[in-house]
Design a protein around this ligand. Sequence first.
Ligand code: PLP
Ligand code: COI
Length: 355
Amino acid sequence: MYNFNITLTKTPKEKPELNDRLPFGKYFTDHMFIMDYEEGKGWFDPRVETYAPLSLQPATSCLHYAQETFEGMKAYRTCDDKLQLFRPYDNFKRFNNSNARICIPELDVELCVQAVKTLVNIDKDWIPAYPGTSLYIRPFIIAVDEQIGVHPASKYIFMIILSPVGSYYPDGINPVKIYVEEKYSRTSPGGTGTAKVGGNYAASLLAQKEAVNKGCIQVLWLDGAEHKYVDEVGAMNVFFVIGDEVVTPSLNDAILPGITRHSAIEVLRSGGIKVTERLLSIEEVTNAAKTGELREMFGTGTAAVVSPVGKLLYRDKEITINNNLIGSITQKLYDELTGIQTGSRPDKFGWIFPL
Ligand code: PLP
Ligand code: COI
């Protein structure tokens, strides 16, 4: 139905060892998808080419004003050697929401999914098979007007690149330590927190650097207005097991609506676990830790998968959760979700798209 111009590379790269020691996001496959946009013409010339450098003028607008959006999803090789995508339509619907927020023209979701399928099939030999590995798919759009002036651009490039990956955190599924950030904000009411735009991540870097200096891997962002309520972690949404229920901050105008978050809620509920989406203050979390009611904490994300949080660093005091061990609810969720993604468990929710 869609006609992509395909030019295969004449110089395939040497592949890294596709085992469980693969770093996150360091290697890229042989090909990339690319499509242009011009005002009056719309999106045109969808094509697959050799993964190669771009040529941009120094005045290209995205380099100055960060008119850029991106997505993150994965392709998996199952134990019986089939290839599959997880919820690609949801990613591209969110992509369009991000695009709308920073005035990037809408994309045809079906075209995007077909582009991913075409590209992944071409580079399918790069999809690793080891447990904990996958092919990370990074669609993104940059504004490419050659003009220094702040306004929505009239030209864009949409691209998709692929990277075989292992776990996002160096210690795999082992519990991570997170810094509770009270000074900096990632976003603010009315800001761009719900959109996956590069600028949000640039704004997070200083806090993240300071957190790393304190021995933490990422930052737990509190609301930008009062620094009182829990929003999310740098690259994942967060969940707390308090007593017998799982609590996660309800979506607001600052939190990225994670596909994994949504999936986790459905998996947990279908397993009979009560999940509540509500306003959650950091005070309630620290009090629950004191009384022993805080039994587990974990984050969810495409890159981070389901990641237990073993320690919080809050006002220079360390709070240890579940003796810094992975909890039973976190483990069950990890097993079920990764089982569905990698084909070892049935896809009862209809989230899998075979390639
Ligand atoms: N929050 C932020 C800020 C993220 O960058 C991500 C990663 O994409 C997530 C949450 C999790 O979203 P998803 O589960 O769709 O990957
Ligand atoms: C993802 O999980 O897909 C993300 O985009 C997080 C990223 C910052 C690696």
